[in-house]
Design a protein around this ligand. Structure first.
Ligand SMILES: C[S@@+](CC[C@H](N)C(=O)[O-])C[C@H]1O[C@@H](n2cnc3c(N)ncnc32)[C@H](O)[C@@H]1O
Length: 300
């Protein structure tokens, strides 16, 4: 397996961005009140990265629950193993490409978070998740819809709506899907795909986390939230005037007209410039808008 796998170089990004993804009390609510998990379960996490879902689920799940993380990135798996080494939790990590992985119905709960959008034709992976759980077991997919997430940001002082963030970017996502089979708006579609995959009792929720990056609050928390926001916008932050022609050409290759490509570039460049200029005192409200879809594998 290639050692220069993209996600292996994103360990710091994963560490910085994960802290502001969930309210623990909401995950607890899902486990106890929505999914009603009241006995130990075995969990498999598709595209586990550093095992973040294990780290937040295991303290909430009934004692005796176990966690298995699967990821293609050898560097990630190594780091995940060391992060769990001294923890009280039973966690196992497997390095595998999900596209080749052959599931067995060994688990009670199969989860994935922010993974399916990176894999072409993700329906095949959803089917594997279903086959990973015993009949009556549960599949949970936590995925973004970039168009929804991008619309739910407020950068104080910047005319964000006037930047026309959604229009051309929405077309870009749809062209990317046609070209690569990767769907960056998969979150909102997951309940339908679960239905088509033969899951039952399908439900969907939305992660209730809204991050307020508040420069007037406690400084350490401000820095942490700001860094987490900037980590998610790292590609936007690279938009500078001298990159205009390269970025516009790349966007045109991805299916936009020249005019639309300029709009997307201008939007991202203005955001990056504003963030760079104001990062000592900027107020940001950011609703992650993660869609949480779940369903049950029918009994045989
Ligand atoms: C955005 S990260 C999410 C990581 C983790 N689920 C989390 O929420 O912190 C996407 C993860 O999907 C993994 N991934 C993407 N395609 C994969 C594939 N074909 N097989 C295994 N893992 C894959 C990447 O290695 C990466 O760790």
């Amino acid at each position: 397996m290639s050692t220069d796998y993209h996600w292996n170089s994103r360990i710091e990004y994963l560490k910085e961005s994960r802290g502001s993804m969930w309210n623990d009390d909401y995950l607890e609510f899902l486990v106890e009140r929505v999914w009603k998990i009241d006995r130990p379960v075995s969990v498999v996490d598709y595209g586990c990265g550093l095992g973040f879902m294990g780290a937040i689920l295991l303290p909430i799940l009934p004692e005796g629950s176990t966690y298995t993380g699967i990821d293609k990135g050898g560097g990630l798996i190594e780091e995940a193993r060391s992060l769990f080494e001294d923890s009280p939790w039973e966690a196992t990590f497997i390095q595998a490409d999900l596209e080749d992985y052959e599931p067995r119905a060994d688990y009670d709960l199969a989860v994935c978070q922010c993974v399916l959008q990176h894999i072409p034709h993700a329906g095949i992976i959803l089917d594997k998740m279903k086959r990973s759980v015993v009949p009556g077991g549960r599949v949970v997919c936590i995925e973004l819809s970039r168009d929804v997430g991008n619309a739910a940001i407020y950068l104080d002082g910047l005319d964000y709506a006037g930047l026309n963030v959604l229009g051309a970017a929405q077309k870009l996502r749809s062209r990317d899907l046609e070209r690569s089979g990767k769907d960056f708006c998969i979150g909102v579609k997951m309940p339908v795909y679960m239905q088509q995959a033969g899951l039952e009792q399908i439900g969907a929720r939305m992660n209730d986390r809204v991050t307020f990056v508040n420069p007037h609050g406690e400084q350490e928390e401000y820095r942490r939230n700001l860094n987490s926001f900037l980590a998610d916008y790292s590609t936007v932050m690279e938009m500078t005037e001298d990159r205009r022609s390269d970025v516009v050409r790349h966007l045109v290759e991805r299916g936009l007209s020249e005019e639309e490509a300029v709009i997307v570039f201008e939007c991202e460049r203005s955001m990056a410039e504003y963030l760079r200029e104001h990062q000592d005192k900027i107020s940001i409200v950011d609703a992650g808008c993660l869609f949480i879809s779940y369903g049950i594998r029918p009994a045989l």
